[in-house]
Design a protein around this ligand. Structure first.
Ligand SMILES: NC(=O)c1ccc[n+]([C@@H]2O[C@H](COP(=O)([O-])OP(=O)(O)OC[C@H]3O[C@@H](n4cnc5c(N)ncnc54)[C@H](O)[C@@H]3O)[C@@H](O)[C@H]2O)c1
Length: 381
């Protein structure tokens, strides 16, 4: 087995989900590369050490440059806030490392374009962690679309709802709340939540060509955790947009952190002439499918597919039919596909160029909301 020596940047939420995937990859998937947890990097040395001890990294760094430059690292995995994605990815590519990066690819389209340029110029393997593509039920939805079971698509509707920033007493910025600081995050729910829905939508239903959006910042000022001062809030707290797809269908997107009672409700529905598909992250082992042609009226209805059979995407790698896998396996499935791409030479998606298309839609959404008009996305799929 070849070693895939990993340099992990960030020991937070994603640092843990990705590390879990590296550790379990060779247990579940027949791969010829075995990840080695070489270095963990974070700004707080004590926390980075604790993380490295818990998860089994060989050493700790507090400056990501030392990871990027290290000769014993093959792959740099960026699990840090959005404001450092571009700098680390570009340096990683220049150093000849494979680069994996969390979503959104960057804060802005300009940064994302530089990242694509850097990895393509260096010719290094790259991927963005839009992990929801690898929820087995969503991968099955893609299979049903590709099999022509939905027919001509008319509608795509999707949302991502949370409720954790409703209180005006929640500060912005700093290690814990960088998502509320526009300088660190780039945007609010558009880059954080909608980006996922946009990636999945274009995976299932093709390019989004035009959008018209409305965003809102409900809490206009918050104390900044680093300065202690009350400062304007620069992020979008909620974002809604209407989309036109290249295939002629219409899309409706909504994301917010102000939907009281929702922690991570994420749903999608696709309606076509021949059938419909429906998914809800809170019941992620199911895909609902409505089949129209050839089904007699008296038995026609929504079918609830328990996506746990060996015939279903990824499920032959896990347990027996009827038993479920979880959120963490979406990262394992993503990593398995990336490593398969290393073995076969296939460009596994979403690579940076693909993630750039989602960034274009995010940028168009924010611009449309600012200017109050339809905006062409320029998506090139
Ligand atoms: N795919 C998903 O579903 C998903 C979910 C959550 C977050 N994310 C993305 O993952 C990234 C990280 O988010 P998170 O929730 O893990 O954040 P987090 O706040 O939990 O962790 C961030 C980590 O980055 C480290 N860090 C910050 N600045 C750094 C620097 N300059 N150099 C080195 N390390 C630095 C911190 O020390 C911390 O360990 C973000 O881009 C976020 O959008 C994706």
């Amino acid at each position: 087995m070849k070693e895939l020596r990993v340099g992990m940047i960030g020991y937070g939420f994603m640092g843990r989900t990705h590390t879990n995937a590296y550790k379990r990859l060779a247990d579940f998937f027949p791969v010829s590369w075995r990840p080695a947890l070489q270095a963990a990097c974070g700004r707080n040395e004590e926390k980075a050490r604790a993380f490295a001890r818990t998860w089994g990294y060989a050493r700790v760094e507090t400056d990501w440059r030392r990871v990027v430059e290290a000769p014993d690292i093959d792959l740099v995995d960026i699990c840090a806030p959005n404001d450092v994605h571009a700098e680390i990815a570009i340096a990683g590519a220049r150093a000849g490392k494979m680069v994996l990066c969390e979503k959104p690819l960057a804060r802005t389209l300009g940064e994302a374009e530089q990242m694509v340029e850097a990895v393509e110029r260096a010719g290094v393997a790259n991927m963005a962690w839009y992990n929801y593509r690898r929820v087995p039920a969503i991968a099955l939805a893609k299979q049903l679309v590709d099999e022509g079971r939905i027919g001509k698509p008319f509608h795509y509707r999707t949302n991502f709802l949370q409720d954790w920033t409703i209180s005006p007493d929640v500060p912005q910025g700093g290690a814990a709340l960088w998502r509320l600081d526009v300088h660190a995050a780039g945007s609010g729910v558009t880059g954080d939540l909608l980006a996922h829905n946009i990636d999945t939508a274009m995976y299932l239903n093709g390019a989004i060509t035009r959008v018209v959006a409305r965003t809102e910042t409900f809490v206009k000022e918050r104390v900044h955790a680093l300065t202690g001062r009350t400062e304007p809030v620069g992020i979008d707290d909620a974002a809604l947009f209407i989309a036109e797809f290249a295939n002629g269908s219409l899309g409706l997107f909504e994301a917010t952190r102000y939907a009281r009672g929702h922690k991570a409700l994420k749903t999608l529905e696709l309606n076509g002439a021949e059938g419909s598909l429906r998914f809800n992250l809170e019941e992620m082992e199911y895909l609902d499918y409505f089949e129209y042609p050839g089904v007699p009226g008296h038995v026609r209805g929504w079918r609830r597919i328990h996506v746990t059979n060996a015939e279903h995407p990824y499920m032959d790698r896990y347990w027996v039919p009827g038993l479920v896998i979880g959120y963490e396996h979406t990262f394992l499935n993503t990593l398995a596909d990336f490593v398969r791409g290393l073995e076969t030479g296939e460009r596994v998606q979403p690579d940076f160029r693909c993630a750039l298309q989602t960034q274009k839609v995010c940028e168009a959404v924010l611009r449309s909301a600012r200017e109050g008009r339809w905006v062409e996305t320029g998506v090139d799929l």
